[in-house]
Design a binder for this molecule. Structure first.
Ligand SMILES: *Cc1c(COP(=O)(O)O)cnc(C)c1O
Length: 297
């Protein structure tokens, strides 16, 4: 539905800090579509299919004012012919940022709720659970249908020969799909971008198939100060990585993933002859919140 995956390339890359005998490649989900960026489409795919099958005509979902999931859902719903409502955490900003502007421009109805009310978004008494024409998708696409779509990420190119699979984690939905699809010989490593994200252990386990075979773990020390905390070192790293490889990354997720990878390489984490697959989950639209000229691309 909607996309073929031909644009997505698997790019082996070289940098000054990668040792001989360690292969590294990026699976470029960022190339799928400029607005339905990377992993967000995979999380939406089976949710939208379920909505179609149920005869729903409206999608309701949730997120903050900078949510890539909100932006992607707005665009995907427009393309797939659904009406869309975004329940947005916090008061309506005087000047909406790029994400909300884009969502509204694609016809998403934005409903701003206080942080307090946002906590009750899954309360069964909420109006959107009582509309026959409406399908509700959880924040970040975190449900079984979301994880199911993410299993397909590993089938776009042959990936069974990689020893390690690395991916940034927000809700962990993407990681759950990767774990469900990975081979027994593969180790799947999640890099949480939130500080204190130990809750992910359970949130991910909830989405795993009982018969999954891959080993997996979360490495918690690479959030770089917490969600959306941007240090000069991170900006520097993103720019240098781009200069060395020609591959753009984002400040919230994939830049921190690559920086985590460099730190692990420097700690000797990967045995000789490891082949590491990194998932480029997209998110480049988030870079628009930076002052122009901050990044080299
Ligand atoms: C949303 C997002 C993630 C996090 O995905 P989860 O499935 O919630 O863990 C990772 N990378 C990018 C670029 C994202 O936009």
């Amino acid at each position: 539905m909607l996309f073929s995956y031909q644009q997505i390339t698997l790019d082996t890359f070289h940098t000054s800090w990668l040792p001989e005998g360690l292969e590294a490649a990026l699976l470029r989900l960022d190339q799928l579509h400029p607005a339905i960026s990377g992993n967000k489409w995979f999380k939406l795919k089976y949710n939208l299919a379920a909505a179609k099958a149920a005869g729903a005509t409206r999608i309701v979902t949730f997120g903050g004012a900078y949510s890539n999931h909100i932006a992607a859902t707005a665009v995907a719903c427009k393309m797939a012919g659904f009406a869309a409502t975004g329940i947005i955490r916090g008061e309506q900003p005087a000047i909406p940022g790029h994400t909300l502007q884009q969502a509204a421009a694609h016809g998403m109805e934005l409903v701003f709720v206080s942080r307090e009310d946002y906590k009750n978004k899954y309360d069964p008494s909420q109006w959107y659970y009582h509309q026959a024409d409406t399908l509700v998708i959880p924040e970040g696409g975190h449900n079984a249908a979301g994880a199911q779509g993410c299993e397909e990420i590993l089938t776009i190119h042959p990936t069974a020969g990689y020893t390690h699979i690395l991916c940034a984690a927000g809700t962990g939905t993407t990681l759950a799909g990767l774990i469900n699809q990975a081979a027994p010989s593969q180790q799947v490593i999640g890099i949480p971008v939130l500080k204190g994200a130990q809750f992910l252990e359970k949130d991910i386990s909830d989405l795993l198939r009982p018969d999954h075979t891959a080993q997996w773990r979360l490495l918690y020390d690479h959030h770089g100060g917490g969600y959306a905390k941007i240090s000069p070192g991170l900006i520097d790293f993103i720019n240098t990585f781009y200069q060395e490889t020609g591959i753009p990354t984002d400040i919230i997720y994939t830049g921190k993933l690559l920086l985590a990878f460099r730190e692990l390489v420097q700690q000797g984490y990967f045995p000789d002859n490891s082949r590491v697959l990194l998932i480029h989950t997209g998110g480049l639209q988030g870079n628009l919140s930076l002052a122009p000229g901050t990044l080299a691309f």
